[in-house]
Design a protein around this ligand. Structure first.
Ligand SMILES: NC(=O)c1ccc[n+]([C@@H]2O[C@H](COP(=O)([O-])OP(=O)(O)OC[C@H]3O[C@@H](n4cnc5c(N)ncnc54)[C@H](OP(=O)(O)O)[C@@H]3O)[C@@H](O)[C@H]2O)c1
Length: 300
């Protein structure tokens, strides 16, 4: 009987799974019981590294965490760990941010399953060391995963944030920045990892500045940050780099950006106000980025 029950639960858990070629979307774990008083937070890329630690921290404060990543095993492990911790609760959704269709389906799942969202942390990110790659949509892969997916997800879940309690968006960017060449946003010429990663991270900062202005009247605060340099996460260790800081330091910086009363649109370096790349101050460049992002995602 217990075995049968387990099988039914597993089937229910996997019933949202769809795989279309490379596109992996919306594998959700079963919904846990939720207290209406709980803060509802969505942390992208929370199956590993910084996002996972931020998710743990928020759950320890009693939040309901929407856990996201591609790796269902690590996602479910975190959901179980949070449930065992007894303070917060969590639910996992798988979506590969190398596909805008997967982002849309993930967002649709969240819109279906929740009636409000109090905090969105756009954290999922990659560094690609094997040369230029493109997403399912044909977009340079750093730009797609680190920036464009978060851009689309943010607009898709905006109706939930508008109903949120003290709603906030935190974009996990970096001090690594490379100016965007609007004649070749997909970096088809003179590609380097530093350019690909750097422009995706700068795009997040530019998006933060614009979105903060756009959402001022709606009371939604938007912040961006460089969490810490060379944290001891998979991103750094898998590249054979020597960590220079800890994931705890990065987590403290994200928690600070979540709680700060600094004006919306601020960029933090750790827990201090930072100076982002000069292109982010260029309103014309930001308008160009907005136009490209709208055109690529269909956001109006
Ligand atoms: N590490 C640093 O020193 C450092 C410094 C400055 C900024 N940052 C930024 O901090 C953020 C987190 O980095 P981290 O060091 O924690 O990296 P990490 O340990 O490699 O974790 C990355 C997270 O992003 C998810 N992810 C990666 N590719 C994805 C995709 N295609 N679709 C969906 N999810 C995907 C991963 O989930 P799955 O594995 O389940 O797909 C994982 O949960 C990134 O935005 C990074 O740019 C990091």
């Amino acid at each position: 009987m217990r075995g049968m029950l387990h099988a039914v639960v597993m089937l229910a858990a996997l019933s949202f799974a769809h795989t279309t070629g490379r596109t992996q979307v919306a594998v959700a774990t079963p919904p846990p019981a939720r207290d209406p008083a709980q803060r509802i937070v969505l942390v992208t890329g929370s199956t590993d590294g910084l996002g996972r630690e931020v998710a743990r921290r928020l759950a320890a404060e009693g939040a309901h965490v929407i856990v996201h990543g591609r790796n269902a095993e690590r996602g479910k492990a975190l959901v179980d760990e949070i449930a065992t911790g007894g303070k917060g609760s969590a639910r996992f959704y798988a979506a590969d941010f190398a596909s805008l269709a997967a982002v849309r389906q993930f967002a649709d799942g969240v819109l279906r399953d929740y009636d409000r969202l109090d905090l969105l942390v756009n954290n999922a990110g990659v560094v690609l060391r094997q040369g230029r790659e493109v997403s399912t949509d044909g977009h340079e892969l750093h730009f797609a995963v680190n920036y464009l997916s978060g851009y689309l997800l943010t607009y898709k879940v905006l109706p939930l944030l508008e109903r949120g309690r003290s709603p906030r968006i935190v974009n996990v960017s970096s001090l690594s920045a490379a100016p965007i060449d609007f004649a070749d946003v997909m970096i088809t010429r003179d590609y380097s990892m530093n350019r690909g990663y750097g422009q995706s991270k700068l795009a997040q900062v530019m998006f933060t500045i614009d979105l903060a202005q756009e959402l001022k009247g709606k009371g939604i605060v938007v912040q961006a940050l460089h969490p810490a340099t060379y944290m001891n996460t998979t991103m750094i260790t898998s590249a054979g780099l020597t960590p220079r800081s800890t994931v705890e330091e990065g987590t403290a910086a994200v928690m600070h950006a979540i709680a700060t009363d600094a004006p919306s649109g601020t960029f933090f370096n750790g827990q201090e106000i930072g100076t982002p790349h000069a292109q982010s101050a260029d309103a014309e460049a930001r308008a160009k980025l907005r136009a490209v992002s709208r055109q690529l995602t269909g956001v109006q």
